[in-house]
Write a new protein. Structure first.
Length: 608
């Protein structure tokens, strides 16, 4: 991930040299030298990023490179802010303004020259230690200025979706039969299995089946997850039941009453996906009337106790692991997406596939991810063999995470940033592609490629992540079949949270007991999920701030610390009637999102 951070800074310095040449009089040579030295470091980062998982010294070396790249970015961005601020200073004569500009520019250039000199000294020191750690140049193409990027505007061909997982037809028939004919009283049915076994995929197939659509007048799907908000979930169910276009947020007692009345005398199916706690059903069951008309609630959970608590009289449907034959079929279906497996898969490739199946322990998520990785590789024995040998498959108890790490490390550096960025949204969120793409662009993750627009390149990036099975496609646009919305599997989400924190790319705060007094080190982004408020934050290096379903954020207390911020995104933030005054002069701000923050009375006018 340090590779992505350094690449981003190198591109930024290059653009800075072109666009702000007049500001750099006297220091442009230093900035250009800084860019060249960081570019040289890129040549070794791919090898270092690979080794850092097993060598603590290399891990420290990568951290130093990332930190010095971030330091360089902070120096340049601060210099740009100060230079433009002095040029726009109001209330002085033209002569005096010229004199002030000349004097402040000299002071500013001296300061940035001194800071760049210190950064260069640190880079030379880090570079000298590379040989000691045995870090090699594996990326000669980077040194020639060619980057590992997503192919330019390849045709969008939707890959085989997760709904096509094999061996689910028998499960689906049995579940549909139980839903339709189990009993007349309202009952709760559960699909139980470990993470990655396909519970959500199976539930979605049942939910969308022709028989279920025909028999249930009302169907509702909600994703609960670990950090659920009871009132938010109930309001979401009510919106789906009433098909409201205007979202009305009601208090707990009121929403329960309205939901009960809306479901009364109706035959309904409520799917509650990814339930972690017995409390969920305990708190929500009062909103679901029992009219003895065959209404159902379907729960997916990892825990048998959750299923038995919801309905002690019902037998939980426990998912089994796939057989070797079923696993190989799933792996090959993903590897040969949109192709005829029988016609294109040789016996040599099947042999490698069987070895992969055993090492994936017949876990559907692991098979899907490996299949996605193979789908973008040559269909050659030697190529598949390299994939088989790349990973330490025998890490006991961590096979799935090791497989996810393999696919993550294989991503081009710019796609790594795009993937990790998905966790700014709460776990199990349905992410709108249009919104995600705009955020990627605002962050500067998307380079211009070929003749296509930057939005088209972003669509290719998202399609590439889907092809690699790093995201799950929820819906596609009817007109062009491009992705409309997506979701991240909860195991992939947990993996990304860990990776992003280690790389200081992004920190997720979703626990009320989590320390929010400071963001450690040069943290660049922070996202806050379902917390009561934000207080006493120290965030001098923050570039992006996200808050979801939060009350009393007290933004005024730390607005002055956001001078370098590029993105502010607030969704469902309560008790906020104004933004900090400092937002008027946030020179680098590229995206301001205010979704569902209904109490906001005014947005300040920019002074830039």
């Amino acid at each position: 991930m340090a590779e992505a951070a350094v690449s981003f800074i190198v591109d930024k310095l290059g653009n800075f040299l072109v666009q702000e040449l007049t500001l750099l009089h006297g220091v442009s040579d230093q900035v250009e030298q800084l860019q060249r030295e960081l570019q040289r470091m890129q040549c070794f980062l791919h090898d270092a990023d690979t080794k850092r998982k097993t060598d603590e010294r290399v891990r420290h070396w990568v951290k130093e490179i990332r930190d010095v790249a971030h330091q360089a970015e902070d120096v340049i961005d601060t210099f740009i802010i100060n230079a433009h601020r002095h040029r726009r200073r109001p209330g002085v004569s033209r002569f005096l303004k010229r004199w002030l500009l000349a004097s402040t520019d000299v002071v500013g250039r001296r300061r940035v020259s001194k800071e760049i000199t210190a950064i260069m000294a640190k880079i030379f020191e880090i570079s000298a230690s590379r040989i000691t750690y045995g870090i090699k140049n594996l990326e000669d193409e980077n040194c020639r200025g060619v980057k590992r990027l997503v192919p330019v505007r390849r045709p969008i061909v939707p890959h085989v979706e997760d709904s096509d997982v094999v061996a689910f037809d028998g499960h689906m028939s049995a579940l549909v039969e139980q839903l339709l004919h189990h009993s007349e009283k309202r009952s709760v049915m559960s699909i139980v299995g470990i993470g990655g076994l396909g519970k959500t995929t199976l539930a979605r197939k049942v939910y969308n089946s022709v028989e279920v659509k025909r028999e249930f007048g009302i169907r509702v799907w909600i994703t609960v997850s670990q950090d659920y908000g009871l009132v938010e979930l109930l309001n979401e169910i009510l919106e789906q039941v009433r098909k409201d276009k205007e979202k009305e947020k009601l208090e707990e007692v009121k929403v329960i009453e309205k939901l009960y009345d809306s479901l009364k005398e109706k035959r309904y199916l409520i799917v509650m996906d990814d339930v972690w706690s017995e409390d969920v059903w305990e708190q929500m069951q009062v909103a679901f009337p029992d009219e003895k008309n065959g209404s159902r609630v379907l729960i997916t959970t990892r825990y048998l106790n959750v299923a038995k608590y919801a309905d002690p009289t019902a037998t939980p449907y426990e998912l089994r692991f796939l057989t070797d034959v079923e696993s190989l079929e799933l792996l090959l279906k993903k590897a040969f997406a949109n192709q005829d497996v029988q016609a294109n898969c040789t016996e040599d490739l099947r042999s490698i596939g069987r070895q992969m199946v055993k090492l994936c322990a017949n876990l559907p998520l692991a098979l899907v991810v490996v299949g996605g990785l193979l789908s973008i590789r040559e269909k050659k024995y030697s190529t598949w063999l390299r994939v088989l040998e790349t990973i330490n498959w025998q890490v006991e108890g961590k096979k799935c995470m090791a497989i996810l790490a393999l696919s993550y490390e294989d991503l081009p550096h710019n796609l790594k940033s795009c993937f990790l960025y998905l966790i700014v949204f709460p776990e199990d969120s349905e992410i709108q592609a249009r919104k995600l793409i705009r955020l990627w662009i605002a962050e500067g993750f998307i380079p211009r490629q070929g003749r296509g627009t930057i939005e088209e390149t972003s669509e290719d990036y998202l399609e590439e992540l889907a092809q690699r099975c790093m995201v799950q496609v929820v819906s596609r646009k009817f007109s062009c079949r491009s992705i409309k919305s997506c979701r991240v599997h909860d195991i992939l989400w947990e993996f990304a949270v860990s990776e992003a924190k280690e790389d200081r790319f992004l920190v997720v705060y979703n626990n009320p007991n989590q320390d929010t007094t400071s963001l450690l080190g040069p943290g660049r982004r922070a996202t806050f999920h379902n917390l009561d408020g934000l207080k006493d934050l120290t965030i001098p290096n923050l570039r992006s701030l996200f808050a979801f379903n939060m009350g009393q954020p007290n933004f005024r207390d730390f607005g002055a610390q956001l001078k370098l911020v590029r993105v502010i995104y607030l969704s469902g933030v309560r008790n906020i009637k104004s933004l900090p005054e400092e937002i008027k002069v946030m020179f680098h701000l590229r995206y301001l999102g205010l979704s569902g923050s209904t109490e906001l009375e005014v947005i300040p006018i920019s002074k830039i």
